[in-house]
Design a protein around this ligand. Structure first.
Ligand code: ATP
Ligand code: MG
Length: 283
């Protein structure tokens, strides 16, 4: 299957879904990228990248700066196409459903496949509680027992014990690491099947980083996780599988050089360039 999607698809169709949330989290899903190529205008930045990101597993995307990891991640939940001039070819399947086929609206795709960004971005004018619930309103998903949902989301994000007694305080009053876990709670509140994380710890101190890593480990049982990281120790600690992206010659698009179980990628990868990268010889 090959499709091409233009950048200009409108996102003005909110709210899309009025589905009531089920009591239990939606089952994690397998995400598969099939021959993804990507362009910004005329410039091709990814070349035929295929990757299976299995349910209940943490997949880490690693590689030097500029090789297309963030672009690949944004394609996985239809956020690439909102950038003017951005194009893709190839396909992405969520448990076998093509997310670009029109069977799912872009909003529905982004509800099922959530995203946490590099810099914690709680909504500054909202309380902790309002922040957790903010995604519900944006995604159009409804839930009647909001108190229970707030508690469950904060517990899953590993933050409840620290903020459960001050839900009406502003989200910005939290530390950086707590803000990032608040953003994870916000992403979890809409019960995604997949959580994409783009360098979620790069703005955090080492202790907060470990807390977020522990949260990722605890979440992996009920949400599929794809994480971009520049920190090789972090990739080794949190991921089950790794995909190594590389631009071989300046100006060429990024490719997946190798992917596989994390232990193999670190100890005995098939490609010398993977070994050189994971052992810090370049990048
Ligand atoms: N909005 C954009 N417009 C044009 N080009 C872009 C845009 N975003 C990224 N690019 C280009 O696409 C290529 C891949 O960028 P991307 O951000 O995906 O890399 P990355 O692997 O995430 O890098 P880093 O590790 O530094 O975050 C780069 O050459 C970058 O300059
Ligand atoms: Mg990036």
């Amino acid at each position: 299957m090959t499709i091409t999607v233009s950048a200009a698809e409108p996102t003005s169709e909110l709210p899309i879904s009025r589905d009531p949330l089920p009591g239990a989290p939606t089952a994690p899903a397998t995400l598969e990228a099939i021959g993804i190529s990507a362009w910004f205008g005329k410039r091709k930045v990814l070349e035929r990248c295929s990757l299976l990101m299995e349910a209940r597993k943490v997949t880490a995307l690693i590689g030097p700066s500029g090789c297309g990891k963030s672009t690949f991640l944004r394609i996985l939940n239809r956020m690439h196409e909102v950038i003017p001039g951005a194009m893709i070819a190839g396909g992405v399947e969520l448990d076998g459903t093509d997310i670009y086929s029109g069977a799912l609206s872009p909003t529905k795709v982004r509800t099922r496949i959530g995203m946490v960004f590099q810099k914690p971005n709680p909504f500054p004018s909202m309380t902790i509680r309002q922040n957790v619930l903010a995604g519900l309103r944006l995604s159009g998903v409804t839930n009647n027992d909001k108190d229970a949902l707030v508690e469950e989301s904060l517990r899953r994000a590993g933050l409840w014990n620290e903020v459960g007694d001050r839900l009406d305080e502003g989200g910005m009053a939290l530390s950086g690491g707590q803000q990032q876990r608040l953003c994870i709670a916000r992403a979890l509140a809409v019960k995604p099947q997949v959580l994409l994380m783009d360098e979620p710890c790069s703005a955090l101190d080492p202790i907060s980083t470990r807390v977020v890593e522990e949260t990722i480990g605890a979440l992996a049982d009920d949400v599929t996780i794809v994480i971009v990281t520049h920190n090789m120790q972090q990739a080794a600690r949190v991921s089950d599988r790794c995909a190594f992206f590389l631009v071989e010659e300046s100006g060429e698009p990024g490719r997946i050089v190798e992917e596989g179980p994390t232990a193999k990628m670190f100890d005995s990868p098939d490609d010398q360039r993977t070994l050189d990268y994971v052992t810090g010889r370049f990048g």
